[in-house]
Write a protein of this length. Sequence first.
Length: 112
Amino acid sequence: MTVRRISAEELYEKVKKDNEMMLLDVRAEEKYKDYHIEETGIKNINLPKNFIFENNEGSIEALPKDKEIVVTCTTGNSATKCANILSEKDYDVVVLDGGVTAWKSFLETKSE
């Protein structure tokens, strides 16, 4: 099953419309603390990918099954792997195409 993808621009537009959105950042905690996507209406969760790869049920169970979860990492590769695992567990997931890198460059073009 192919996991759905969303571009940085689509995510930006969606955040402007939706009341609350879940964003799961699967990068290491240091990278997350250094920079993560922050917008009004985004509820951020940092759950490093190894927790998902190791099938750490306790940490995954904290994620809501009744909401769409946007999964992101630095470039989108780890997020895709994590989204596939979560999708098999019946989570409604979508991957941010290009990850945080794409988000940053989108914001730069937006502010020009």
